[in-house]
Design a protein around this ligand. Structure first.
Ligand code: PRX
Length: 467
């Protein structure tokens, strides 16, 4: 999901407020016509002359020429912090040549990049999706791209499709959460625009539930655009499981097969490789050019997190099922797996059953400790616009999950969630939801939340007594 510029910030005319004395860069005051206006006219952060530099002052004396800095292929390229299931975020370190080669190649093949394409990835540029598939991959291919900062729902819920028509976007890449958000408003806002230029649609970031997939395919792509459901991670640098458009027969909700050079395996708890249709831990058996090289400043943590549980394999931390046709289906993070009375359940599977109900726009499921069953299912549901939550709907949703998956998956709690705690990249922070389900107020670091006010609201609406 995209960074939100508040309406006020977008609409405040330059110079309509006076900069507070001593807080702003002096240059901002003298250079009213400057183009860098993000913090203007009032800087959002206090100016610290020891560390802050003013853009205008710097560019004034800068040369138009910039000699390249020659580097070794294994020199560090960037560090991107990603949350770990325990402890502080990990600084994922990528290096120059492998990352460039991998993002360039996956971009070219997975989006079937052609010289006359117009490509648009809606991700936040500070997220790995933005690094790999807004900057490196497309730029290395000389692609024409749309860069967008804004919301898919502002000024109205047709915004995405308006932009697609305006710039003749042919390859479009977004997250399931954005698709589910737009699905809530139905087909009409999509049909307002023609979208004839679209050729390939991509998704990334989380398992896409079959309903959202179908809506994306049928309504947005009008059944003529292949969907590339790309599975990858900050750590993998680029796509590792993905269809190739028009070449790979699709199955809604499956990231299909490995990209060239990637060798997946599915392991059981004892680390044995499973053959044929099976479910277990998704691991990779050999490196590929874009794989992370280390956790910055902590090689030991790199080895512990990714290589210790199953020596000789890279452990993704995701659960995965391989079906009878060899397709891979991500079942969610292993740490999102629930164990209810000895049965392993995937949160994604329960969420999908809930979202199939017409009243539900989005769902997030977490485990809540249960004295007898080990864990019980605590479900947060965001309803389709205009609907209200009531006991009948709650019973209906429980019945739906029971019918779709089985009695063992019957939710114990269903809570109305007008909003879900999400990072700026649109990822639901299940860690926070687990705390809400247990009424634990110590949430740890929630600075990456896009809107922390939803958390208070969810605590107020809790629907069950403490155990
Ligand atoms: O659980 C998988 C999920 O996102 C995780 C990686 O998150 P992050 O490092 O923030 O990178 C997100 C953008 C690449 C994975 O471990 N994930 C990502 N893509 C998919 C997915 N789960 C299912 N299907 C996907 N296509």
């Amino acid at each position: 999901m995209l960074k939100h510029l508040s309406k006020e910030a977008e609409e405040t005319p330059l110079g309509s407020q006076s900069p507070p004395a001593k807080r702003s860069c002096p240059d901002l005051q003298e250079k009213q016509t400057g183009r860098v206006k993000k913090t203007r006219p009032v800087p959002q952060v206090p100016w610290n002359p020891k560390v802050d530099l003013c853009w205008h002052a710097l560019v004034r004396g800068a040369s138009d020429e910039c000699e390249p800095e020659w580097c070794n292929s294994e020199d560090p390229l960037f560090i991107l912090y990603t949350s770990g299931s325990t402890g502080k975020p990990k600084g994922v370190l990528h290096t120059i040549s492998g990352y460039m080669l991998y993002t360039a190649t996956t971009f070219k093949l997975v989006f079937d990049h052609q010289p006359d394409d117009v490509y648009w990835c809606t991700a936040d540029i500070g997220w790995i999706t933005g690094h790999s598939y807004i900057t490196y991959g497309p730029l290395a291919n000389g692609a024409t791209s749309v860069l967008f900062e804004g919301l898919p729902t502002y000024p109205d819920v047709s915004r995405m499709w308006e932009i697609v028509d305006k710039y003749h976007v042919s390859k479009f890449y977004t997250a399931p959460t954005a698709i589910r958000l737009l699905m809530k408003y139905g087909k009409e806002p999509v049909h307002k625009y023609k979208r004839e230029s679209l050729k390939v649609l991509g998704t990334v970031g989380e398992p896409i539930n079959p309903e959202a997939w179908q809506w994306y395919y049928n309504v947005v792509g009008e059944k003529r655009c292949p969907i590339v459901d790309t599975f990858w991670q900050t750590e993998t640098g680029g796509h590792v499981l993905t269809p190739l458009p028009a070449a790979t027969p699709m199955k809604p909700g499956s990231a299909t097969f490995p990209f060239f050079g990637v060798v997946p395996a599915i392991l059981n708890e004892s680390g044995e490789e499973l053959e044929g249709p099976s479910e277990g831990y998704l691991v990779f058996k050999q490196p590929w050019p874009g794989v992370m090289r280390t956790v910055y400043g902590n090689k030991q943590r790199f080895e512990t997190v990714y290589f210790k549980k199953f020596p000789g394999y890279y452990v993704t931390g995701d659960g995965c099922r391989r079906d009878e046709d060899g397709y891979y289906w991500i079942t969610g993070r292993i740490d999102d797996m629930l164990n209810v009375s000895g049965h392993l359940l995937s949160t994604a599977e329960v969420e999908s059953a809930l979202v199939e109900h017409e009243a539900v726009a989005e769902a997030a499921v977490v485990g809540r400790p249960h004295p007898v069953k080990g864990e019980s299912l605590y479900c947060f549901v965001t309803l389709t616009d205009g609907l209200t939550f009531n006991r009948t709907l709650e019973a209906d949703l429980k019945r739906q999950v029971r019918e779709k998956i089985g009695a063992i998956a019957t939710p114990d709690f269903i809570q109305n969630a007008p909003g879900l705690p999400k990072t700026r990249s649109g990822k639901i922070m299940r860690r926070v939801l687990r705390k809400i389900a247990c009424d634990e107020r110590d949430l740890g670091d929630i600075s990456t939340l896009a809107d922390s006010s939803v958390v208070d609201q969810l605590f107020q609406n809790r629907c069950c007594p403490n155990v």
